[in-house]
Design a binder for this molecule. Sequence first.
Ligand code: F6P
Length: 326
Amino acid sequence: MGTFNCIGVLTSGGDAPGMNAAIRAVTRAAISKGIRVKGIFRGYKGLVTNEISELYSDSVSNIIQRGGTILKTARCAEFMTPEGRQVAYDNMVKEGIEALVVIGGDGSLTGARIFAQEFNVPCIGLPGTIDNDLFGTDTTIGYDTALNTIVEAIDKIRDTATSHERLFFIEVMGRDAGFLALNGAIAGGAEAAIIPEYITEEDQLEEFIKRGFRKSKNSSIVLVAESKSKGGALDIVERMKKDFPGYDARVSILGHLQRGGSPTAHDRIIASRMGAAAVDALLEDQRNVMIGIVRDEIVYVPFTRAIKNDKQVKPELIDMLRQLCI
Ligand code: F6P
């Protein structure tokens, strides 16, 4: 059984609704077990620049319902260098922080894995990202809220799409993962989702057009997963104008509004469970693991597995979407 006098908590990478609920849970679960907690501001940057302050039970009052992160977040170039990580470690020691809880996505957990190995620091990760792209957990903190935001947007755009009898391409986030696009399409009753895990974007567009959506419908909505390399929804509409002229198509890019807002009950609950589990994991001498939830049970996933980028979208969901949108 591990013993700790003081642990640190930070949020890193893109913010996600529910991060505050996770910070609250880590803080209060630790304090309940007699462990002090220090909040590190602006992710790993705060470790390098020593922006650290103690969190008490009331420091995390009234935050469970708030989106964003009270600890702020950043992507930190210094922490990517051995010199930067040495400064971070020295600050940690100076502050008496004996272990770290890192809340973030794959980049943040990769940082934790390297840091933990280099300095033999116990690190526990919590999957905090709207993208849902971490392996070994059914869902990530923020994903459900972002999905609900997307569905709300689809419902609104559908009013316009129906009135104008138009085709809308709605671009959603997800970095290199199609979970938000595919499940957003299912939940929003969209006609298709164009996602990176399937055949090429061009082929997916062609397949959609060939399905002849015009036969039964005057308007359509297609969700498109953002794509830094390929150009996303704007690119698709350009191609459409060229290859399939005659469609009145529009693009709506939802952007960062998908990352904001009050977390859903589901995100608050998983964030609370995972935050408390992170403290238990440290006391059980776990290190270099991400907390996941699989079939409603807490699991420990080694960082190397969680960030391997092999979480799959279910191909049967693509087929189902096709059947349901006739
Ligand atoms: O990882 C979360 C995410 O919102 C991705 O879906 C998106 O690609 C990326 O972050 C955007 O990052 P930034 O806010 O730095 O532009």
